[in-house]
Design a protein around this ligand. Structure first.
Ligand code: SF4
Ligand code: SF4
Length: 409
């Protein structure tokens, strides 16, 4: 599409009533110029390292989670980040391809790559077992090895697990063990961002997995239960990594004025010594620099503690959905509200419209029942106005894909 046509289409698009979304889609931070130039070289820096449980891998406390890998990846690796986490499902495998290119120029022992097969799209365990067969898992593993262009993957995860049955599903475990024995997967893990305590414990007790990557932040309703499960797992030698530490990035979406103090949020998660590393995503040098400073000093200042509003509990609404699923049985249409809320957070918090759209596509909305619902019967535990957020984010389905930065067709 030529620039002229594209600009005209964008004007029409905004005129057609997508103004709020347009802010999230058309001015993503990934295309903002870095405001400052920092010395990101690792010499003279004293990073805090922790050992990723029984894997024995020593990592700086901050690693890198990704979506649409950008040129900040090389800077991050040069600056001392060692571990990168991605997924076969990000950008339809293109994130892995991009990392494959980055890794080609680096010694194999200088980085640790984790990737996954995403299962979070399916709410029910039976749905997962029926859709992702043993052959599908095998194809996924082979696909990741091919796209990353590596002989082995350091940590391979079953991604987005919320059902114990999946952690214990024999056909998956047999294949994972087979690939580990062949040296193609060094370590095995699960990732979880719903029902985390049960998943962490069952992955630990099963004896097959080496690492758990769990959602963990100061705003999660079940953070105390996660903390206990993490302690249990770490005590038994599991490596523990934390994700979603940014808790939605903004306190609210209104004009994006109330941004969560990201350094403080990251430090909060890492105060727990059983969290061996965290995988925030950063898209520019400013965010990378913040992460590097956390790697050197985890102490929360009085101001940072105040910024996190820890005494106010989780009553204040924001962009972070804790994925508690309490809303689903309350909705007569049985709408997958948690996934819609994640899509909303990716669009407005993480400013990743492509990831928001991919997430939305998994919900498979042929129509949106909220438009016909006289009033919403859902009372969300985080205080969200669910109907408002759903009717807002579903408009993303009507946005032409060429407007979505990083979207791969
Ligand atoms: S929308 Fe609210 S009730 Fe539903 S999963 Fe998220 S936090 Fe829980
Ligand atoms: S408005 Fe509320 S109750 Fe009605 S379909 Fe939407 S989420 Fe469900």
């Amino acid at each position: 599409m030529s620039n002229n046509i594209q600009n005209k289409s964008r004007r029409n698009f905004i005129r057609n009533g997508f103004t709020g979304l347009a802010g999230a889609i058309l001015v993503p931070s990934v295309i903002k110029k870095d405001r400052k130039s920092f010395n990101l070289q690792k010499k003279d820096r004293k990073f805090i390292y922790r050992t990723l449980g029984k894997t024995g891998i020593k990592l700086p406390v901050v690693s890198m989670g990704t979506y649409n890998a950008t040129n900040v990846t090389n800077s991050a690796l040069d600056a001392g980040i060692v571990h990168i986490d991605t997924s076969a499902d990000y950008s339809k495998g293109n994130d892995e391809r991009m990392f494959g290119e980055v890794f080609k120029k680096r010694p194999r022992d200088s980085f640790v790559i984790g990737t996954s097969i995403g299962m979070w799209q399916y709410r029910k365990a039976d749905q997962i077992k029926n859709t992702i067969t043993a052959k599908t898992l095998r194809d996924y593993i082979e696909g990741s090895l091919r796209r990353l262009d590596l002989d082995y993957i350091d940590i391979y995860y079953l991604g987005g697990i919320q059902h114990k049955e999946i952690v214990e599903h024999k056909p998956y475990l047999e294949i994972l063990k087979e690939y580990k024995k062949a040296g193609k997967l060094r370590f095995l893990g699960v990732t979880t961002h719903a029902n985390e305590p049960e998943i962490i414990r069952s992955a630990t007790d099963g004896g097959i997995f080496d690492v758990v990557l769990t959602a963990y932040n100061f705003r999660k309703n079940n953070r105390e239960e996660i903390k206990k499960a993490v302690k249990y797992a770490a005590g038994k030698g599991m490596g523990i990594a934390a994700m979603k530490t940014q808790a939605g990035v903004y306190w609210d979406k209104k004009e994006k004025k109330k941004m969560i103090n990201m350094k403080a949020a990251l430090k909060w998660a890492l105060q727990d010594e059983n969290i061996h590393t965290a995988i925030p995503s950063f898209k520019n040098s400013d965010q990378l620099y913040e992460a590097l400073s956390v790697m050197e000093n985890l102490t929360l200042t009085p101001q940072e503690k105040a910024d996190l509003k820890l005494n106010q509990g989780s009553s204040s609404t924001g962009l972070f959905c804790s994925q508690c699923e309490e809303c689903i049985p309350q909705c007569p249409a049985n709408l997958d509200i948690p996934t819609l809320m994640r899509s909303y957070m990716y669009a407005y918090g993480y400013e990743s419209p492509a990831k928001a759209r991919e997430t939305l596509d998994y919900v498979g909305l042929s129509n949106v029942p909220c438009f016909n619902c006289a009033s919403c019967s859902v009372i969300c535990s985080s205080g969200f106005d669910v109907k408002k957020k759903v009717t807002d984010i579903v408009r993303l389905k009507d946005v032409p894909k060429e407007f979505l930065v990083g979207y791969w067709t």
